[in-house]
Design a protein around this ligand. Structure first.
Ligand SMILES: [Zn+2]
Length: 137
């Protein structure tokens, strides 16, 4: 398993850049690509609430911009803090689980679990029956 603990400080730092005036949940994500490079993202909300962007997908976009379509995810850490700066247990949402699966068959995902401990799981366990576009269309 590709550990995520070294990515956690980067995710914490990214969360401090979040634009989250509506939920006040500041989320940062930091990932390590298969190349060994790291990329970060934060959530970017919008007054039209449904078009907000999650930190995980923002980090993926940064990685694809830098590495192109060959980007492959090795590990990602997600940090979230409430408006008082308290760490919150926030695993990836459903849309981000699908986005992570696109780039990582066996990547490790780290986040604060509901019991307050750092939790690391494989992408496949977060989305056991994820959508894959059939190749013979
Ligand atoms: Zn998400």
């Amino acid at each position: 398993m590709n550990h995520t603990t070294s990515l956690r400080p980067l995710a914490d730092a990214a969360s401090r850049q979040a634009y989250a005036p509506y939920s006040r949940l500041h989320v940062g994500a930091a990932l390590r690509s298969a190349s060994g490079a790291t990329y970060s993202g934060c959530n970017v909300e919008n007054g039209s609430l449904s078009i907000g962007l999650c930190a995980e997908r923002a980090a993926i976009a940064a990685a694809v911009l830098a590495e192109g379509p060959a980007f492959r995810l090795s590990a990602i850490a997600i940090s979230a803090f409430n408006s008082h700066g308290r760490a919150m247990p926030v695993p990836p949402c459903g849309a981000c689980r699908q986005a992570l699966q696109e780039f990582a068959g066996d990547a490790t995902v780290g986040f604060l679990g509901g019991d307050g401990s750092w939790t690391e799981v494989g992408v496949e366990s977060l989305l056991p029956h994820g959508f894959v576009l059939p190749e013979d269309l």
